[in-house]
Design a protein around this ligand. Structure first.
Ligand code: DGL
Length: 275
């Protein structure tokens, strides 16, 4: 008998809640379990080995909770750990479960959005350094030029609830100017970090109006819907009672307080240890 259970959604912290929200909007029938490694966030500045090890621990934990499918709703984890987990770990742990990321679904949409074929990527240092976005983009669209800038201060702005403050303006403008200074022909910018949709109003304020801003939640949610349609063997194992549970490596109080920024609702949370 194959395991049945909720869809697991993993992020280094709170950012993945922007993806979970879109899953729940588009596919409200399923059960979800969200795991935030809040005690060890951010991942964006950590090494490949550490992000891989932490992400694998999280996937194993979500498997313990019965998830037949886990989405790495974190670009840094998708960039640095997804491939190794899919290729090296899953065959040993359980070849009948699946782990998916957020980069490929985001990349798939851009071919139809850019006219100039010049794309900008704003992401964590880890995601930029991994080159996962340009690699995936060039597999599908070899003609597109990609320019990437790391925004190391944006995640702390969001995590510290400063994303709406006047002080955030300086750092939002700084990285956008850097990106558009490097390639003024950019007409589409990927917000390649799950935290950035919370900064979108400010990002919009400092971005010329002809430029498309891509917040990935919607694209990832449509891609999940499509995936489940194409994989009935996985879909039939995802339980569908419309529930949502939250796990954190931080304290319950801290999670409830900070998650309110992303969720606008009080949630039931359990504190767990990853090892
Ligand atoms: N949520 C992560 C991402 O999408 C960024 C936060 C972090 O640095 O841990 O890349």
């Amino acid at each position: 008998m194959f395991t049945t259970g909720p869809i697991g959604v993993f992020d280094s912290g709170y950012g993945g809640l922007t993806i979970l929200n879109k899953f729940r909007e588009l596919l409200p029938q399923y059960d979800y379990i969200y795991l935030g490694d809040n005690a060890r966030t951010p991942y964006g500045t950590r090494s490949f080995e550490v992000v891989y090890e932490f992400t694998l621990q999280a996937v194993r934990k979500l498997f313990e909770f019965g998830c037949p499918l886990v989405i790495l709703a974190c670009n840094t984890a998708s960039a640095k750990a997804l491939r190794s987990i899919q290729q090296n770990d899953l065959p040993h742990i359980d070849p009948h479960r699946r782990v998916l990321g957020v980069i490929r679904p985001t990349v798939e949409c851009i071919g139809g959005l850019t006219q100039s074929r010049h794309i900008g990527l704003l992401a964590t240092a880890g995601t930029v350094k991994s080159e996962s976005y340009p690699l995936e983009i060039h597999k599908l669209y070899p003609d597109i030029k990609v320019t990437a800038v790391a925004c190391p201060l944006w995640v702390p702005l969001v995590e510290n609830n400063e994303y709406d403050s006047p002080g955030a303006d300086y750092f939002v403008k700084k990285y956008l100017d850097q990106l558009l200074g490097q390639d003024p022909e950019i007409d589409t910018i990927i917000l390649g970090c799950t935290h950035y949709p919370l900064l979108i109003d400010k990002i919009r304020q400092f971005t010329p109006s002809h430029i498309h801003l891509i917040a990935q939640g919607e694209y990832v949610a449509h891609s999940l819907k499509d995936y489940l349609m194409r994989h009935p063997e996985i879909k039939s194992r995802c339980t569908a009672n419309g529930t949502c549970e939250f796990l954190t490596t931080e304290s319950i109080e801290k999670f409830q307080e900070s998650a309110a920024t992303f969720l606008h609702e009080k949630v039931r949370v359990r504190s767990i240890v990853l090892e």
